[in-house]
Each structure stands twice: as C-alpha cells, then as structure tokens.
Design a protein around this ligand. Structure first.
Ligand SMILES: Cc1cc2nc3c(=O)[nH]c(=O)nc-3n(C[C@H](O)[C@H](O)[C@H](O)COP(=O)(O)O)c2cc1C
Length: 432
C-alpha cells in the first residue's frame, strides 16, 4: 500500500470471530477510563475499558452507596495505629460494588464494539486472592465482554474463573511487558486449557505503573513486540498482539500493524477527552505539561515505578494513611506508605513534614492528585486549540478515536471550537 493511503481504518482486529476497529482504550484507574469513555469506544466499533481500581469507592461516588464509609466505621479502632492487620474488605460489599459498576456499564453500551474491564492483580486489598477472585467473578456475572488482566503475572486468575459458565465465552487477555511474563501466563493458561484471546504488550512509555524495574529506559516496545510475536510463532500460537505505550498517532499505530500486531491500546490521548473522569483542572494540567515535568519515580507503595507529572499535588503531602476507608494496597496489614509516614519528622510547630519517598496511593488517586500519564503527555497541547483565556479546548473521545483511525502520515487533526464531532478530512491536519 502507498504510504499516504495507509491508515488504521484499513485494518480490523478479529477476536473470537468478531471484527473490531483496531483501537482499544486502556483501563485507567481510578475511574479515569469511565464507562462513558468506554461506551464511546464501543459505539465507534472499537474496545473501551472500565477499570475496577477502588470499585467500592467509585460505586459510592456514582451510585451513592456507602461502602467506604461503613468500612471506615468498622475499622475505626485502627485509625491511630500503624498496625493495619485487622483492616479488611467485606467480600459481599466488594462483589456488590463491582457488579453495580459492570452492570451499569453493560446496560448502557451501544454499537458494535465492546466494553472490557481492566483487573489489576497488584490491587491486593488486604486479602489478595479472595478479593481478586471476587472482582473477576462479579465482572463475569454481569456480562462484561472482556477481561484484561493487568499489574501482575495472574498465575491463578484463569483458574479462579474456570468454573464460571462464561469462562470460555468471555474474551480474556493479559498485559505483559516481556516474553518471560507471557511464558508464565501461558503456562497457567495451559493448566486450564484456555488460551488468551489477545495479548497486550505494554512498553516503558505507558502511563500508570510500569511493568519494569528502575531500568525501564533500557527497554523498547518495538523490540518486545517483535520478541512476543516471534515467540508465539515458534510455539504455533495464533493470538492477536496489541502493543501499548507511547502510540500517539494513527501512523505510530499502523507501524505496529506492519510489524505483525493486530491492534493498539492507547490511553494518554484520551485523558483530556470530555468523557474521561479527570476533573477539568487536571485535564488542563495535562495539556500544560512540559517534557521536563514528566518523570518516572518510585513513590508508589506498590513497589512498581510509576510515571507522573512533577506538578502532581501528591508529591508534597503529609496525609495520614487512609487504610480504614480505603486500604486497597494493603498486604498482610502493611503498606510502604505507612512506614514512610511513620518515619517522617514533625516541624518546629509540631506539624508533620511532607512525607518523602512514598505517597498514600489510595487517597491521592481518589482525589486525582496524582497526575499519572504516558511519556508523550507533553504533546497533548498540539492536538487541540488554545482558547483566548489560555485554557485548552477539551475534545470529545469520538474526535480522538476517529483521529487515530483516519490519520495518515503522522498527522493529527487539531480539535477546534465549533467543529462537529465528525472528523473532517485531513486537509487541515497538523503533522507532528
Ligand atoms: C492516567 C492513566 C492511568 C492508567 N491507569 C492504569 C491502570 O489503572 N491499570 C492499568 O493496567 N493500566 C493503566 N494505565 C495504562 C494504560 O491502560 C495504557 O496501557 C497505556 O497508558 C498506553 O500508553 P499511552 O498512554 O502512551 O497511550 C494508565 C494510563 C494512564 C495514562
């Protein structure tokens, strides 16, 4: 094909015999990839993700339930203590919260695409295996189209779903950052005779937590994708590969299709869409971001590196550990933030100094105080119009989705006031 005609819309992703526009919007917690965003992807023929990060809290916000409040009340005795080993989640509440979210997302879905859920293993929730199983089964109960298994190796996740009637029908795929992680997952898949339907390969330029150590800079998505595709070929496995991390234009996406990928997973460009769950003030911070403000650090108590903007308010906080209402990353009563908080001195006025080195992930994600983002966040300002008051125009998810789908030659059509959602030709497109 002539390079100028090449666009993502020339390709389709086939999963279980069904065709999709090859664009997957990645899961972004906490409720950043909202069901409204996922619905747009599905309506346009692609795949959107909801995230189950902190689902009881998200249910409280969306449906006026009281899961976080009643958990805080039940555990109020541990508030003054650094020992949180008695704090736990009621699995019935967790199930109900997850069911409400998935049910609502599936009831309102339209179009030929699909709505998946991103389920993170590292969300340990004081009781890792039972809480993970509860979240997986609740999503299946409510008819989710697909489950993307992220933030961990998910050695037992397929087994946990094995006896559910939808186990062989639901679409399932892991997120991996290496052939090694894929090999481990496939071993567990073999044990239940259930191969994944797709494999997301996430590289070091992605947003959120990274599946690499502090040597993340040494890794390269193209190399990992080539290795994964070669490994699948060697083992005669025909499973669609979906790269993620730093895919900013439709042409970035087609370059992966030419390497043998079947679709792409993208997220950062959608963080500034109308349907994204970030508050407007935070979307503007993403637009304003400069390249030198994008860092990968180790402040997350999960132990994984995370990419964020240095302007994130969470980086200068002295908030008390919020395990009683939240506690989503507690493991055996511990969280790295509790230790960092414990060791933080008080100033001359008796006020706790800002905690260095770690953040209370639960609190700051619940408040959108952690501006996590993909590496290319600083290019977002080039995808829209700056308004007279200095703020940036917020584009619709449809606009961004269609731009990925129709763009050629690395062009991005800048969103402009007064444009309809329908994406025009690329005659006025900007080459980035
Ligand atoms: C704001 C934000 C939050 C994210 N949160 C999660 C998450 O909770 N779980 C997860 O598996 N991936 C998460 N990701 C990763 C995305 O799903 C996706 O794979 C990746 O960011 C794609 O790269 P891109 O942002 O450069 O397009 C997040 C990404 C962003 C930008």
């Amino acid at each position: 094909m002539n390079a100028t005609e090449d666009k993502l819309d020339n390709y389709r992703l086939t999963l279980n015999g069904k065709e999709f526009v090859p664009i997957m919007i990645g899961g972004m917690g906490v409720d950043i990839s909202t069901m409204e965003l996922a619905h747009e992807a599905a309506r346009l023929g692609g795949i959107g993700h909801i995230s189950d990060a902190m689902s009881p809290f998200v249910s409280d916000r969306r449906f006026k339930t009281r899961f976080s409040k009643s958990k805080a009340e039940a555990h109020k005795e541990s508030v003054g203590s650094f020992d949180k080993s008695s704090v736990h989640f009621e699995l019935d509440d967790l199930r109900e919260a997850q069911q409400r979210l998935v049910r609502s997302a599936m009831e309102q879905k339209t179009g030929d695409g699909a709505v998946f859920i991103n389920i993170m293993e590292k969300l340990t929730m004081a009781d890792p295996q039972p809480s993970l199983e509860t979240r997986l089964l609740a999503a299946l109960d409510e008819g989710i189209d697909g489950i993307t298994l992220s933030a961990g190796l998910h050695n037992n996740s397929l087994r946990m779903m094995e006896n559910h009637p939808r186990f062989r029908d639901v679409l399932v795929g892991p997120i991996v950052s290496s052939v090694r992680a894929l090999r481990i997952f496939l071993r567990s898949a073999k044990r239940v005779n259930r191969m994944p339907d797709y494999i997301v390969v996430e590289g070091p330029l992605a947003g959120g937590h990274l599946g690499f150590g502090e040597d993340w800079k040494k890794h390269n998505l193209e190399v990992i994708v080539d290795e994964v595709i070669a490994y699948l070929k060697e083992n005669e496995l025909d499973i669609p590969v979906i790269p993620a991390g730093g895919i900013f234009t439709g042409t970035d996406a087609t370059s992966y299709i030419h390497r043998g990928a079947s679709a792409v997973q993208v997220a950062t460009r959608f963080t500034v869409s109308k349907e994204c769950g970030l508050p407007e003030r935070v979307k503007q911070k993403y637009f304003e971001a400069k390249e030198e403000q994008v860092v990968v650090n180790t402040v997350s108590p999960t132990g994984y590196p995370i990419r964020m903007l240095t302007t994130s308010p969470c980086l200068s906080s002295n908030i008390k550990p919020q395990c009683e209402p939240f506690g989503y990353v507690l493991e055996k009563g511990k969280c790295q933030y509790i230790d960092a908080y414990k060791d933080t001195p008080y100033d001359a006025d008796g006020k706790k100094c800002p905690v260095e080195g770690k953040i209370c992930l639960c609190h700051h994600f619940s408040k959108h105080n952690c501006y996590t983002c993909g590496h290319y966040v600083y290019r977002l300002k080039d995808t829209t119009t700056q308004l007279k008051d200095g703020s940036y125009m917020i584009p619709s998810a449809e606009w961004i989705f269609t731009d990925y789908q129709m763009s050629r030659n690395h062009e991005i059509q800048r969103a402009e006031p007064g444009q309809s959602n329908e994406h025009a030709s690329h005659s006025s497109a900007l080459r980035l």
